[in-house]
Design a protein around this ligand. Structure first.
Ligand code: SF4
Length: 481
């Protein structure tokens, strides 16, 4: 088997139907490659792929793909399979998730589960139809089964969940792909932001006419960049708007993604406790100080440990911690060391992300190094994380993938019994309406037939404040009837 690389690829597709999958297939095999894409309706091949201006492969309509196939998805699947087989032979490498390019592989497993398949059938289906490795196929099948049990507990057809976004952070991490703003620069506008946000929350209260959310998630950004008094006002408003849910009658989960340890204080955690927050996140990402400094997180390893124990001392019994595999300069040994330190803390859930290199992020310049991390090295990190989670008594309960993810891997949430983040599952499986407020948030209305309608808020904080009436109007349209 050869182990060919590629720095530049040209993909020409006959239809735009294939472009997304082709881009992500080539990117998955050659993360560093510059990809030039064109659509040429006149060309004969469905897809024409040229690697480094030399090796060339075409998917011909007559030979390989039944162009007559009326099902566009089936045609796309066949074309993707052809390209996958070619690239697998060219590189001598197979992808853990095979031909799957989407962010929600568990959804496929979930659909099979709903159709009556068991773990073995689902595993075989994903292997056969999408060339997923047995290990990943089984993982998806098991997660789907767990999700199904958890989702059974809530009214995901008629109920809804609420998301509130605080788009500020103490500093901006180099790999950040959210639109978060440094709190230092926005201090003078935070009150204006809260005023707009409060109006949006109250409008949602009116639009849902007394219905109570099943879960509430306050994320960002870093919600605890707000001062303790501001957090108090925000949580009081949520309580006033949805009194029954927050008083404990029906709210299954109330999360604040505390997030950055450099913004967590005793006073703020006390506010969260007073308002019955049931789940928080304390996110170190790594326990290696050199990496924290390098990626622009202005906190120490000790800050993470201190915040965690402070939260425990105050009575939080559902604490999640986030880690990232594949951070710049990190080896599998560094990850093992991080995991050892996390195991000493023993959080209730652990989310392990694979680094996704977004073009917009500052780390663009370091992309090459990140991408060059040996496939095997990240694979090791992911396996070690799974082992550590198991030792802590956790099982995987949700999974998603990101575009441009390092090594074509996935993000996995592990949790101990009864500590799974239900909102995380909802956002991945898209089975319940999520009404989201705050700058950059995206609301999704899920219809009984599975159809989804989205409504986005503007990302820019100043624009959000300025256009709050329009944001509310968009929501009204989304929720009418
Ligand atoms: S803490 Fe999260 S949202 Fe904030 S800058 Fe870092 S990655 Fe982005």
């Amino acid at each position: 088997m050869s182990m060919n690389g590629c720095k530049a690829a040209a993909v020409s597709c006959k239809e735009t139907l294939y472009t997304y999958n082709m881009f992500h297939m080539v990117k998955a095999f050659f993360p560093e490659a510059e990809i030039r894409q064109t659509v040429d309706e006149e060309q004969e091949p469905l897809v024409n792929l040229v690697l480094d201006g030399g090796s060339c492969f075409s998917v011909m309509p007559d030979l390989s793909v039944k162009t007559g196939a009326p099902d566009r998805d089936e045609r796309k699947k066949q074309v993707t399979r052809q390209i996958y087989d070619y690239l697998a032979a060219y590189t001598g490498k197979r992808l853990a998730w095979g031909t799957l390019t989407g962010v929600r592989p568990v959804k496929l497993a979930m659909n099979r589960l709903k159709a009556g398949d068991g773990e073995e059938e689902i595993t075989a289906f994903l292997q056969r139809e999408y060339q997923v490795s047995e290990e990943k196929a089984r993982l998806a099948a098991r997660i789907a089964e767990r999700e199904m049990v958890l989702l059974d507990r809530l009214d995901y057809k008629n109920g809804f969940s609420l998301y509130i976004g605080i788009p500020f952070c103490p500093s901006i991490c180099s790999y950040c792909s959210f639109s978060s703003s440094p709190i230092g620069l926005w201090k003078d506008r935070v009150e204006d932001y809260l005023e707009a946000l409060f109006r949006e929350i109250q409008a949602i209260g009116a639009l849902t006419s007394g219905r109570q959310p099943d879960t509430v998630y306050i994320g960002g950004g870093t919600p605890v960049t707000l001062e303790a008094a501001q957090l108090d006002r925000l949580l009081s408003l949520v309580e006033d708007t949805f009194p029954e849910a927050v008083s404990g009658k029906g709210l299954l989960e109330y999360t604040v993604e505390a997030g950055r340890p450099d913004a967590i204080t005793r006073e703020k955690l006390e506010v969260l406790r007073r308002h019955k927050i049931s789940r928080i996140s304390v996110n170190p990402q790594t326990m290696r100080q050199k990496t924290l400094d390098r990626i622009g997180r202005r906190h120490t390893v000790e800050d993470a440990v201190r915040s965690f124990w402070l939260a425990r001392e105050l009575g939080f019994d559902n604490i999640n911690m986030d880690l990232i595999a594949g951070l710049p300069g990190e080896t599998a040994a560094d990850m093992q060391d991080t995991l050892r330190q996390i195991e000493a803390l023993c959080p209730d859930s652990l989310t392990v992300h694979s680094l996704a290199v977004k073009r917009a992020a500052q780390m663009g310049q370091e992309k090459s190094e990140a991408c060059n991390l040996e496939h095997r090295e990240i694979s090791r990190m992911i396996q070690d994380s799974a082992d550590a989670a198991k030792r802590m008594g956790m099982v995987p309960y949700y999974l998603y993938r990101q575009k441009n993810i390092a090594g074509n891997f996935e993000n996995v949430g592990y949790a101990r019994a009864d500590k799974a983040g239900i909102y995380n599952i909802l956002i991945m499986e898209e089975v319940q309406t999520i009404i989201a407020c705050g700058a950059g948030s995206v609301s999704k209305r899920v219809y009984p037939d599975g159809g989804i309608e989205r409504s986005e808020n503007v990302k820019d904080v100043a624009l959000y404040i300025h256009k709050i009436d329009e944001m509310i109007e968009r929501k009204r349209k989304l929720l009418e009837d």
